[in-house]
Design a protein around this ligand. Structure first.
Ligand SMILES: NC(=O)C1=CN([C@@H]2O[C@H](COP(=O)(O)OP(=O)(O)OC[C@H]3O[C@@H](n4cnc5c(N)ncnc54)[C@H](O)[C@@H]3O)[C@@H](O)[C@H]2O)C=CC1
Ligand SMILES: O=C([O-])CC(=O)C(=O)O
Length: 336
């Protein structure tokens, strides 16, 4: 029996993400939690004739903790797209003041009710919300770094799509699986086009076009925020991306060759984490390709950091500088 809980299930991401999860044959129970509107979403999804069972939970008041507890109990995987999205002119960091406490309270609920679950964090700013969850779980003595994932998959999805658009006659987006490392905001996002099968296409571009491509991946979120013009940020592409990571994790319970990029805590207990840390000024959190298995993150593929081009090294340094502050801010929110 596999139980998956979505916290923020009635939102722009939560709804399509829950739909995709309802269709996944590896999910037996789908639990939907939100502070509003979730009974309707749950009733709607429950009519779909896929085999999983759907339940929805909404607190009866601000003090009611039982709805969250009941939604989380027995969960194998918890995905969190709860919180507010950006409006034009805002950075992801501008969301910190509202989303930090939402994510902290949900992490507390996980510590109390589903301490062994895999936890996937979508809520922004990911560079800070993931450290918040790690610190909250640590405070409760239940932190397992192998099972905490900051969802940066949308950056990989964009990197694949955008290079393929430049070579529309010769390639399809699915030809690529670009490693995107670092964090999930602006210049902390570092796409590694110089590795793998994208190398030859990337090198054929002029320097200006290379720069424009990197910029488009780093600021792809802004394109959607501007196009939605005040009505939020990426939801459908994000639901797809969050689902891709969740699907890979569910697959890795049965297969042992699944690799995804994720923003993780580089704890010494994880194979390859120590080596990675040494290559990124000792940062505790970073997105890198990781090998997944039944216990979660089994190995960090730190070797990509040794293979990058000189231009990518420069991008990496900028990312490290910004990430240091974002991570510290998240850690301090719980520690102080
Ligand atoms: N990691 C990534 O790549 C991406 C992250 N995001 C982030 O995902 C978050 C959600 O975005 P949207 O779904 O567009 O927003 P939304 O406003 O449409 O949905 C958010 C949902 O969270 C719920 N919520 C608020 N407080 C809650 C709580 N304490 N417990 C449970 N649910 C709660 C709201 O009721 C709402 O239904 C934002 O922070 C956004 O910036 C968005 C796109 C990409
Ligand atoms: O841009 C935003 O605020 C939402 C997000 O993280 C993305 O689309 O990558």
């Amino acid at each position: 029996m596999v139980k998956v809980t979505v916290c923020g299930a009635a939102g722009g991401i939560g709804q399509p993400l829950s739909l995709l999860l309802k269709l996944n044959q590896n999910v037996d129970e789908l639990s939907l939690f939100d502070v509003v509107n979730v009974p309707g979403v749950g009733a709607d999804l429950s009519h779909i004739c896929s085999d999983s069972k759907t339940e929805s939970f909404v607190p009866s008041s601000k003090e009611d903790k039982s709805a969250l507890a009941n939604s989380l109990k027995g969960s194998d995987l918890v995905i969190i797209p709860a919180g507010v999205p950006r409006k034009p002119g805002m950075t992801r960091d501008d969301l910190f003041n509202i989303n930090a406490s939402i994510v902290r309270d949900l992490a507390q609920g996980i510590a109390e009710n589903a301490p062994k679950a895999f936890v996937l964090i979508i809520s922004n700013p990911v560079n800070s919300t993931v450290p918040i969850v790690a610190e909250t779980l640590k405070k409760n003595g239940v932190f397992n770094p192998q099972k905490l994932f900051g969802v940066t998959t949308l950056d990989i999805v964009r990197a694949n799509t955008f290079i393929s658009q430049l070579y529309a006659k010769e390639t399809k987006p699915s030809d690529f699986n670009i490693n995107v490392i670092g964090g999930h905001s602006g210049e902390t996002i570092v796409p590694l086009y110089s590795l793998g099968n994208s190398k030859s296409y990337y090198e054929k571009l002029s320097q200006d076009d290379q720069k424009a491509l990197i910029h488009r991946v780093q600021f792809g979120g802004d394109e959607v925020v501007q196009a939605k013009n005040g009505a939020g940020s990426a939801t459908l592409s994000m639901a797809y991306a969050g689902y891709r990571l969740a699907e890979s994790i569910l697959k890795s319970f049965k297969e042992s060759s699944v690799v995804e990029c994720t923003f993780l805590n580089l704890d010494d207990s994880i194979k390859g984490a120590k080596e990675a840390k040494q290559l990124i000024n000792g940062l505790d959190f970073f997105s890198l390709p990781v090998k997944l298995g039944v216990n979660g993150i089994e190995e960090v593929h730190y070797q990509v950091l040794q293979q990058i081009s000189d231009d990518e090294k420069k991008l990496l340094q900028v990312a490290i500088d910004q990430l240091t502050k974002n991570i510290e801010k998240g850690v301090a929110f719980i520690k102080n």
